[in-house]
Ligand binder design. Structure first.
Ligand code: IPM
Ligand code: MN
Length: 362
């Protein structure tokens, strides 16, 4: 590989709350990867969310969109906070996320929910349920469904009402189903597709299309589960899940539930992918304004999101492995951030965590 091929442009959105702190820790680790492996990551910081509203009056300035579009990948820490809660729906910081997903075509959201063996006792579930660990991959459709469907208000015989439409095209279901099956090929070869086809027309289409895509993947077993049952099964027997394929809204809800049963939401990364290799990478946790600016937030989800970026968008799997190994070593050595600490551990803050993990990169 020539030098030229190892230069990458990364759009960086620190955002709000703990966002800037965890991003700094993550970029520290990325810089170390650059030094160790001889690649160049050119990071360009841009505004989105509350920080962008304060600075420019808009949650997603055009400049941010332009920089993201011309980058190889986007890193986003977190957006939102109470300061902007009273703004109308389409001006809130969260709108920036929906806008970026749609504009950048990021239809496939990968949310791994795994229990780190060193943290097995932080799960709120009994050890006989969690067993030797947990490794679920939620594959959530991210640019369709009720979050993007027709919405409005109208008069009804019961008075004023509001509505949001859940709509899926065959094409939208087909492409996210293919993402799920392709990922299952590299894992335990099981897809459980979530729907509410006993009630919803859009879910009946969903199930039919997922079934027909599965014909192309004879090595993968496919099961279907109603969303209410899936919510229950996640706490009853989470180890039955490998790849969990969902619509936008069902995945929003179930991925929060899955992350909570791991007991360490501060550790979980995510990827939002477009066709091709482009992607946006962000921690599953939010902006946590209550602990912002105190140097106590856990930056590991951000750091692992950077590892996902190296793996999925930049094709740098050795570099990604070395970050994941460094995180494991950090835990093995007994270091813990305040959210996961306990007696007998060495509690370290956000900056120090970034510094130690960077140092452990081999
Ligand atoms: C998430 C968030 C977003 C979503 C919000 C902030 C728009 O909850 O990424 O899960 O609902 O998708
Ligand atoms: Mn959510």
């Amino acid at each position: 590989m020539t030098d030229n091929e190892k230069k990458y442009n990364i759009a960086v959105i620190p955002g709000d709350g703990i966002g800037p702190e965890v991003m700094d820790a993550g970029l520290n680790v990325l810089a170390r990867i650059g030094d160790k492996f001889g690649c160049e990551f050119k990071t360009i910081k841009v505004l989105a969310g509350g920080a962008a509203i304060d600075e420019t009056g808009k949650c997603l300035p055009q400049e941010t969109v332009d920089v993201c579009k011309t980058s190889d990948a986007v890193l986003l820490a977190a957006v939102g906070g109470p300061k902007w809660n009273s703004l109308p729906g389409d001006e809130r910081p969260e709108r920036a996320l929906l806008g970026l997903r749609k504009i950048l075509g990021l239809y496939a959201n990968l949310r791994p929910a795994m229990v780190f063996s060193q943290l097995a006792d932080t799960s709120p579930l009994k050890s006989e349920i969690i067993g030797g660990g947990l490794d679920i991959l939620v594959v959530r459709e991210l640019t369709g469904g009720i979050y993007f469907g027709e919405k409005g208000t109208k008069e009804t015989e019961l008075g004023p009402a509001a509505y949001d439409v859940e709509q899926y095209s065959e094409l939208e279901v087909e492409r996210i189903a293919r993402t799920a099956f392709n990922l299952a090929e590299k894992r335990n070869k099981n897809v459980i597709s979530v729907d509410k086809s006993n009630v919803l027309e859009s879910s009946r289409l969903w199930r039919r299309v997922v079934e027909s895509v599965s014909a192309d993947y004879p090595g993968i077993t496919l099961d279907h589960m109603y969303v209410d049952n899936a919510a229950m099964q996640l706490v009853r027997n989470p180890r039955q899940f490998d790849v969990l394929l969902t619509s936008n809204i069902f995945g929003d809800i179930l991925s929060d539930e899955a992350s909570q049963i791991t007991g360490s939401i501060g550790m979980l990364p995510s990827a939002s992918l477009a066709d091709g290799n482009f992607g946006m990478y962000e921690p599953v946790h939010g902006s946590a304004p209550d602990i912002a600016g105190k140097d106590i937030a856990n930056p590991i989800a951000m750091i692992l999101s950077i590892a996902m970026m190296l793996r999925y968008t930049l094709g740098l799997s050795c570099e990604a492995d070395s970050i994941e190994n460094a995180v494991n070593e950090f835990l093995d050595k007994g270091y813990r951030t305040p959210d996961i600490t306990g007696e007998g551990y060495k509690t370290v803050g956000t900056k120090e965590t970034g510094r130690i993990i960077a140092e452990l990169i081999k």
